[in-house]
Design a binder for this molecule. Structure first.
Ligand code: PRX
Length: 677
């Protein structure tokens, strides 16, 4: 198993059942269970129903109000939205603010210095607690240390760290001095890290000797060393956090220990305001073409929507709540809802380094009980894994503190939604007592590109429905349209689009403005095309149906079919490859690859293992195909396009569909014959 988008386990192929959860679409759209908030919850909720009308009356004015009430600006803005050059938006452009000051210093100045910001729990069981005052001090030291290493405003920093407090400290220290962080998920390979370092021209890398996985040390620094082995990169220094104490190779003059640089730096550092549109971070994500895109987010708009959504969607009461988002900082969820929003909002959060089954399958629930977690935000793949492990495991812990449950990353099937509600949301103690009113579930739809939540119920307002993200948030213009860009009527399906700019929208793709326009704004000219299929039900609520492009969603990880195909064909034994995402009961989708081998490779009994490892090396373990099928041919149209639809039929165990447009009509039978053998 490996860590995924929401810190959930990706189970091995052998563990996985072959059938899809299979809630037929028709059933989904006639889902008639509704769970209204209790009057008590509704009355105490931080956001009330009137907010939708306020925002609809004047969305930019609504966001300007949020920007001023949730953030402290060192210079106020005079213009809210500049949309004079679409699709390039500017929000609050002449305002200035400092992200780290907003996340830290101001809370200390407001007398909240002793409030716990982070309860950290390492996989081996070591713990650390940071108050807001302590975290502020650490970030100031890191900011001084990074500046002493030559880092200045606008420079890029690659971050390759496990889920430890230094990850949050690094991000905030970069933001404080105006450096732009580019986090690379620690499950990506040295090759993937290098291509991201090169694309962003990073000057500094922050990493760790390693981390822990299932009770054993797991290395990270060697991947950085590999990535930087070939000359031609822009990296001047590598800051190394000592986490697991394993020996590491050392490049004198380039490598420095966190403890001796950050640890020795001064804790005095004054935050200056940066322009609202100053780049905050780049985060690479997979698209339909092979090369990952560097999604660019800027400061003022991003922080506004991050803070607003975190407060509204989770009904955050920062004085009393204990919040836990299980996402890794390597993904956007770990940026917006671990590193930024909770701290901006002055919340207390839990951070956990390890996997959910280490040292036992009750680890998460033990943590919920220990820290009295009241808001839990995780991914459907984790919930489905816990379902498989059985309700007895969470049943052994007291989860009565939980009052809001969140879901993100992929569609949540109603069966998993109901389990989440009944087993986690209704658990009132160790003896199997049930709450009268289980915690509301908020299914949140958004993307790396949107920066923050876009579609979700409000827990004190919306009557929730199992499986649906339901309604656009106040101030957000979402629609479902047909091929021609016309809105579909209730009960019909189409493509999810965003009609109006939103504060935390991506500002572009790093170094490639044309690709930004082509990818998101050309399919439906004046609307942002998200790449997701969606339906509106009879009430007009939105149901997300998965990607309509070549992007796969494996345990909430976003992977592109073409990226894995490129990795496969880069191996000398592979002549051609086609990859599809096949429905999978636990991980949502699983990677299935069809390959045509060259020459003698056909006789190599280990070729499948070799190729899986090759993909692991090129991209990372998360991208390894679950299944590789060796075939004599691939189905192609006359224009040479691979018909993935037919391969998906095979991968999901169906008869292949209509093959009349194939250039060679015998290909499908050749494939089935070879697979039978
Ligand atoms: O397909 C949608 C799916 O995840 C994609 C975005 O992936 P990423 O940029 O990695 O960000 C994931 C975390 C925000 C979307 O295009 N997705 C995300 N949330 C949901 C979802 N699909 C259905 N329901 C959701 N709640």
């Amino acid at each position: 198993m490996s860590q995924d988008n929401a810190g959930s386990p990706v189970v091995s192929a052998a563990d996985q059942a072959q059938e899809h959860p299979g809630d037929a679409l028709e059933n989904l759209l006639h889902e008639n269970r509704r769970f209204a908030p209790t009057p008590e919850f509704a009355a105490a909720a931080v956001v009330q129903a009137g907010e939708y009308d306020d925002a609809a009356a004047d969305a930019p004015a609504f966001w300007a109000k949020q920007a001023r009430s949730l953030l402290s600006w060192s210079k106020d803005f005079s213009q809210t939205l500049d949309w004079s050059n679409p699709p390039f938006a500017k929000w609050f452009a002449d305002g200035e603010l400092n992200a780290a000051y907003n996340a830290l210093d101001r809370h200390v100045e407001n007398g909240l210095g002793d409030r716990v910001a982070i309860y950290f729990e390492g996989e081996p069981g070591d713990t650390r607690t940071y108050t807001y005052a302590q975290l502020t001090e650490e970030v100031k030291k890191a900011a001084n240390a990074f500046e002493a290493l030559g880092l200045a405003k606008g420079d890029r920093v690659a971050v390759y760290l496990p889920m430890i407090p230094e990850a949050v400290i690094t991000l905030l220290a970069c933001a404080r001095i105006g450096a732009v962080h580019s986090v690379v998920f620690a499950g990506f390979s040295a090759e993937a890290l290098r291509s991201r370092i090169d694309d962003a021209e990073a000057k500094l890398v922050v990493t760790a000797d390693g981390t822990y996985r299932r009770g054993k040390p797991s290395a990270l620094k060697p991947a950085v060393d590999d990535a930087l082995q070939k000359p031609g990169h822009t990296v001047e220094h590598v800051v190394v956090v000592k986490r697991n104490g394993e020996d590491v190779a050392w490049t004198e003059g380039r490598d420095v220990w966190w403890d001796t640089t950050v640890g020795a730096a001064s804790a005095e550092h004054t935050a200056v305001g940066h322009e609202a549109e100053h780049p905050l971070f780049i985060l690479y994500t997979s698209g339909t073409t092979g090369r990952p895109k560097g999604i660019l987010h800027t400061t003022g708009g991003y922080l506004t929507q991050a803070a607003y959504t975190h407060r509204a969607v989770f009904d955050l009461h920062p004085e009393t709540d204990v919040y836990w988002c299980t996402a890794d900082v390597g993904w956007v969820t770990g940026h917006t809802y671990v590193a930024y929003a909770p701290l901006i909002n002055g919340a207390t959060q839990v951070m956990y380094e390890g996997t959910p089954d280490s040292p036992h399958q009750g680890r998460w629930w033990e943590l919920v009980e220990k820290y009295k977690v009241s808001i839990l935000y995780t991914a459907p793949t984790a919930i489905r894994t816990f379902m498989k492990w059985g309700r007895d495991i969470p049943g052994q812990y007291d989860l009565s503190s939980i009052r809001v449950l969140g879901s993100v990353g992929e569609p949540i099937n109603p069966e998993a939604w109901m389990w989440y509600r009944e087993v986690i949301g209704a658990n009132a103690g160790k003896q199997g007592q049930k709450k009268d009113h289980p915690a509301p579930i908020v299914d949140t739809w958004w993307q790396t590109e949107t920066g923050a939540i876009m579609v979700a119920p409000l827990p004190g307002v919306t009557a929730t429905k199992p499986g649906s993200a339901q309604v656009p948030l106040p101030g957000i213009a979402v629609d479902v349209v047909d091929e021609m860009g016309q809105p579909v009527s209730n009960g019909a399906g189409g493509y999810l689009v965003l009609r109006e700019p939103w504060p935390s929208m991506l500002r572009g793709i790093w170094g490639d403005p044309e690709r930004y326009k082509d990818t998101y704004w050309s399919r439906f000219e004046t609307m942002y095309f998200a790449g997701d299929g969606a339906k509106k039900d009879d009430d007009g609520d939105v149901w997300l149906l998965g990607r309509v492009d070549d992007v796969m969603n494996i345990s909430g990880h976003r992977l592109s079919t073409t990226e894995i195909e490129s990795a496969l064909v880069s191996h000398p034994s592979v002549a051609e490859a086609a990859v599809v995402g096949a429905a999978d009961e636990t991980t949502g989708q699983a990677v299935v690859a069809f390959v045509i081998l060259r020459g003698s490779a056909k006789d190599d009994p280990d070729i499948v293992t070799t190729l899986r490892n090759h993909v692991g090396k090129e991209i990372g373990p998360i991208a390894k195909p679950k299944t590789i099928l060796v075939v004599p041919e691939l189905p192609k149209t006359r224009s040479g396009k691979i018909m993935r639809r037919l391969l998906k039929d095979i991968a999901e165990g169906r008869e292949a569909g209509d093959a009349t447009t194939l250039a060679d009509s015998t290909v499908m039978s050749q494939i089935s014959d070879s697979l039978r053998k």
